[in-house]
Design a binder for this molecule. Structure first.
Ligand code: FES
Ligand code: FES
Length: 222
């Protein structure tokens, strides 16, 4: 088919046109899968599958994936790590939260290919055998989940926050969890779980969950 014609370099016409869109400078094909754009050599991956290697929860995972595949899809569909949930799939709800080099990210909004060479931590790493991690136990103790769909993302976000601030202030909790939404309105339980973890009482105040939902939605949507 004409559109799939390969130049002698090995880069198809379709790929070449996509690369051209990357820069006003006309790219020059140097070698198969490498083009020169504005004086720099740029590797071109895909659109077919390419081998990828990941470090997830301290283990090495390998797969052949198309470059368009997200980290969330790679975790769930290729490595059977289904703790991170796909809810909005557009970087709004936080149900897919994982850690990348100890920072929270939305796995639905990170390409798998970009996650290579980074330390990925998922909710699966928290439990030790049958034993819940303290933050997970705190969620159970404080009835901080209902349907549970948002819970893995919240737990990972809480863990990241506690790793950074073992005794977070109310404002730090508000900021640290502002990227996660719970449609069941379990915010009060989550704040109590955080209070239990930090050994404080300032987060256990009764909150109007409608107020929190509105407030956190405004943080996300600006
Ligand atoms: S599923 Fe990733 S932010 Fe909602
Ligand atoms: S517990 Fe149901 S969405 Fe949070």
């Amino acid at each position: 088919m004409a559109d799939d014609h390969e130049y002698s370099s090995g880069v198809s016409r379709r790929d070449f046109l996509k690369i051209s869109g990357l820069s006003a400078a006309v790219p020059i094909v140097v070698r198969p899968n490498i083009v020169q754009v504005g004086g720099s050599e740029v590797h071109v991956y895909g659109p077919g599958k390419v081998p990828m290697t990941f470090n997830v929860n301290g283990r090495k995972y390998q797969a052949e994936l198309e470059p368009r595949v997200t980290l969330l899809d790679a975790l769930r569909d290729n490595f059977d790590l289904t703790g991170a949930k796909r809810v909005c799939d557009r970087g709004e709800c936080g149900a897919c939260t994982v850690l990348m080099d100890n920072k929270t990210v939305y796995a639905c909004s990170v390409l798998a290919i970009e996650a290579q060479g980074k330390r990925i931590t998922t909710i699966e790493s928290l439990t030790q055998g049958d034993k819940l991690a303290p933050i997970q136990q705190a969620f159970v103790d404080n009835d901080a989940q209902q349907c549970g769909f948002c819970t893995p993302g919240f737990v990972v976000a809480c863990k990241a926050l506690l790793d950074k601030h073992p005794h977070p202030t109310e404002e730090q909790i508000r900021q640290g969890l502002s990227g996660n939404l719970c449609r069941c309105g379990t915010y009060e339980g989550i704040r109590k779980a955080m209070a239990q973890m930090s050994g404080s009482s300032h987060t256990s105040r009764t909150v109007d969950t409608r107020e929190v939902v509105a407030e956190e939605a405004s943080v996300i949507h600006g």
